[in-house]
Design a protein around this ligand. Structure first.
Ligand SMILES: *Cc1c(COP(=O)(O)O)cnc(C)c1O
Length: 364
C-alpha cells in the first residue's frame, strides 16, 4: 500500500476556469499557458480540461512535443522562443509558433533552412525588463523579421509586471500602444491578472490572451481577491490521511524544535504529508487544513514526511481521517491553495509547481 498522499487534478474545474477566462475576453482567442508541466498538474492530465483553448503556450520544447503527442494540431507557442539554432528545426517539424525577443533569435531564423515559414510573436519589453525589444528597437526588429523568407505572419506581445498590484498596467500598455500603433499584426498582452483586472478595454484584451494561474484555480491577486471572488475553482486537490493520533497533556509539544506547546489537553493527528511531498516547510502552526472537510490548523513544524494537525474541531476524526492540504474535500468544502501559500509566505504558483515526484496523481 503506497502512502495515502494523493494529488487529484479536476478536469471539470479546468474546463470551468477556461470558460471563465473566455467570458473575460469573449472577443479574444485564449492561449492556455501550460508551462512548467501545466503548473505542476501535468500536461497530459490537464489536456482534456483545457482542450477547448485556442492554443497552448509553454516554453520547454520537450513539453511542446508532449502537446503534439497528445494529438493537438492547433497553435502551440513557445513563450521564450528558441534557445539554440536546432530548436528551429523542431519548430518547423512540429509547426510551433515562437516568440522572438532578441536579435540573436532573428540571426538564428535568418540562418534556418525551412520549407514552411514560421509564425512569430515579436516581444516588446514595455517595462518589465525581462525579455523583449525596447520600444525604440521594436521597429528595426520587425523590419528585419519581415524581410526574412523564414518568417510568415508577425504578431506582437508584451508582458505586464504589475497587473496584480497597485501600479497596474497603464504605463506598459501605453508604451506598447505607442510603439506598435502603425504596425500591422495580432497582439497579445494579458496574463491572468491583467485579464481579470484590466481587460475592460478591448485593446488590452487584444487578439490573444495568455491566462495561466487562473486556469488552475488560484487568484492572481490574492489576498486582495480570492478564487471565489473571481469564480475560479481549484484544479488540484492535495489530500492525505491521518496515520497516527496523539493525546497531549497541557505543556506537551509537537514536532521538531517543540514549536507548538499545548495549553490544555488536546488531540493531535499526524498526517502523511511533509516537505518531501512539496508541502512547504515554511507553513507552521496555524496554517489552515481540512480534516474530514472541517477547517482546522497545522501544529508545529512540517517534517519531511509528516505534519501535526489540531483535531480539536473534529473530535470524531482518528486514524484514516481525510486530510485536505489544499483543494476540495469529499464533503465539498474547499481550502484555496492561496491561503496555504500565504501561510508559507509564497504564492499558489509555487506550491502547485512544487508537488514532489513521489506524490501520486489522479484525474477526475
Ligand atoms: C507565465 C506567463 C503567462 C501566464 O501568467 P499567469 O500569471 O500564470 O496568468 C503569460 N505570459 C507569459 C509570457 C508568461 O510567461
Amino acid at each position: 500500500m503506497p502512502r495515502p498522499i494523493l494529488a487529484t487534478v479536476h478536469t471539470g474545474a479546468l474546463r470551468h476556469n477556461l470558460e471563465r477566462m473566455r467570458r473575460a475576453a469573449p472577443d479574444a482567442r485564449v492561449w492556455a499557458v501550460v508551462k512548467a508541466n501545466a503548473y505542476g498538474h501535468g500536461i497530459e492530465r490537464v489536456f482534456e480540461g483545457l482542450r477547448a483553448a485556442d492554443g497552448f503556450a509553454l516554453l520547454d520544447l520537450a513539453e511542446a512535443e508532449r502537446v503534439r503527442a497528445l494529438g493537438w494540431r492547433g497553435p502551440v507557442l513557445l513563450l521564450e522562443g528558441v534557445f539554440e539554432p536546432r530548436d528551429l528545426e523542431l519548430c518547423s517539424r512540429l509547426g510551433l509558433w515562437h516568440t522572438v525577443h532578441c536579435d540573436e533569435q532573428i540571426d538564428m531564423l535568418a540562418a534556418h533552412k525551412t520549407q514552411q515559414p514560421h509564425r512569430v510573436f515579436l516581444k516588446m519589453n514595455s517595462g518589465m525588463n525581462r525579455l523583449g525589444f525596447a520600444p525604440q528597437r521594436l521597429r528595426t526588429a520587425w523590419a528585419r523579421l519581415g524581410a526574412l523568407p523564414q518568417v510568415d505572419e508577425i504578431s506582437f506581445m508584451t508582458h505586464f509586471s504589475d497587473a496584480d498590484g497597485a501600479r497596474g498596467i497603464d504605463h506598459q500598455w501605453i508604451a506598447f500602444e505607442d510603439a506598435t500603433a502603425d504596425l500591422p499584426g495580432e497582439r497579445s498582452l494579458c496574463n491572468s491578472a491583467a485579464l481579470l483586472r484590466h481587460a475592460g478595454r478591448p485593446r488590452v484584451r487584444a487578439d490573444w490572451v495568455r491566462p495561466g494561474i487562473a486556469l488552475y484555480g488560484s487568484a492572481p491577486d490574492f489576498p486582495e481577491h480570492d478564487a471565489a471572488h473571481w469564480q475560479l475553482q481549484s484544479a488540484m486537490t492535495l489530500a492525505t490521511r491521518v496515520i497516527g493520533v496523539q493525546q497531549l497533556d497541557a505543556g506537551a509539544s509537537v514536532g521538531y524544535g517543540s514549536r507548538f506547546v499545548a495549553e490544555a489537553p488536546m488531540r493531535v493527528g499526524v498526517a502523511a504529508c511533509g516537505y518531501a511531498d512539496g508541502y512547504p516547510r515554511h507553513c507552521d502552526t496555524g496554517t489552515p487544513v481540512l480534516v474530514n472537510g472541517m477547517r482546522t490548523r497545522l501544529l508545529g513544524r512540517v517534517s519531511m514526511d509528516m505534519v501535526g494537525i489540531d483535531l480539536t474541531p473534529v473530535p470524531d476524526a482518528g486514524f484514516g481521517a481525510e486530510v485536505t492540504l489544499w483543494g476540495r474535500a469529499a464533503n465539498g468544502a474547499v481550502l484555496p491553495i492561496d491561503e496555504v501559500a500565504q501561510a508559507a509566505g509564497t504564492l499558489g504558483y509555487e506550491l502547485m509547481c512544487a508537488v514532489a515526484p513521489r506524490v501520486a496523481f489522479a484525474v477526475d
